[in-house]
Design a protein around this ligand. Structure first.
Ligand SMILES: Nc1ncnc2c1ncn2[C@@H]1O[C@H](COP(=O)(O)OP(=O)(O)OP(=O)(O)O)[C@@H](O)[C@H]1O
Length: 268
């Protein structure tokens, strides 16, 4: 694929549950081009977070490989910027200290990094908050700090696991607009996991729909970020996506519950 920066090939991931193997992801293929914004939506429990953890190298697949610019990074951390669902800031560190954390951990030049952070603070709306502790920040500001910290891991690709899920509707909508702008300004490559179909439609170049039992990508929907859909088109697309997700959820409810081992699975 032209300019394909990250690829996951034939991924299979199982977990042990009550002594049996549960296949969470199987035969999963994924790729993203530089500068693309891809959202992943799928039923709860289909393996979206598991997939991001695999890309981040926090866990290893049972089968399959992950390549960054053609180099294998399967099971290796530190190559992609990862912001997990509960990306807690350290409560005893200020905004600046929290943002500098990945730089310190990676043993990189702190002075250089601080210069870069100071340049970026206005873009993240954090100029007046560098000495604040997390409890002194609003939810939206905390997410901006966490995002800038993820960006400072100096990864070209950011993996964001529901970064706006816990915010109130107004803050969420403001941050969606802001995220759209900084992604464009910094030319970021983003993989976003979200349950919010409108958010996915607003931000993405591509929406990947995930199936359940096992989790794999069943359809990609391509959008043009620079040509927003009309309200009518957006509603139509949202309805289409929702109905596909409902079908998947029903499949999972009619079949085995998520987390239950397959009858045919070998008990270890
Ligand atoms: N460490 C683990 N051990 C056993 N099972 C696990 C483990 N991590 C995840 N699972 C199971 O894998 C499945 C997928 O979980 P995952 O969190 O990736 O789903 P998800 O699509 O991100 O869900 P949600 O949208 O609700 O956040 C679930 O059934 C979960 O219980």
């Amino acid at each position: 694929m032209p300019n394909c920066i990250l690829e996951a090939k034939d991924i299979r991931k199982t977990f042990l549950f009550k002594g049996a193997l549960v296949v969470v992801l199987d035969k999963l293929q994924f790729s993203i081009q530089e500068g693309q914004f891809v959202s992943i939506v799928g039923p709860s429990g289909c393996g979206k977070s598991t997939f991001l953890e695999l890309l981040a190298g926090i866990t290893k697949p049972d089968n399959g490989n992950i390549y960054l610019e053609g180099n294998e990074i399967t099971g290796k951390t530190g190559f992609l910027g990862y912001m997990p669902q509960d990306d807690l800031l350290f409560p005893w560190l200020t905004t600046m200290q929290n943002i500098l954390l990945p730089v310190k951990v990676q043993g990189k030049d702190e002075k250089e990094a601080k210069k870069k952070i100071i340049e970026l603070l206005p873009l993240f709306g954090l100029m007046n908050y560098t000495d604040h502790l997390p409890y002194q920040l609003s939810g939206g500001l905390k997410q901006r700090v966490a995002l800038l910290r993820t960006y400072m891991s100096s990864a070209e690709i950011l993996l964001l696991d529901e970064p706006l899920a816990k915010l109130d509707a107004l803050t969420r909508s403001q941050l969606q607009t802001w995220l759209k702008d900084i992604v464009h300004l910094l030319n970021l490559t983003i993989i976003l996991v979200t349950h919010d179909i409108d958010e996915a439609i607003m931000l993405s170049d591509r929406i990947d729909l995930m199936s359940i039992n096992p989790g794999t990508f069943m359809e990609s929907i391509y959008l043009d970020r620079n040509a927003p859909l009309s309200a009518e088109e957006q509603l139509k697309l949202k309805t289409k996506i929702r109905s596909k997700l409902v079908n998947e959820e029903e499949k999972s409810e009619n079949g085995k519950k998520i987390g239950e081992p397959e009858k045919s699975d070998k008990v270890i």
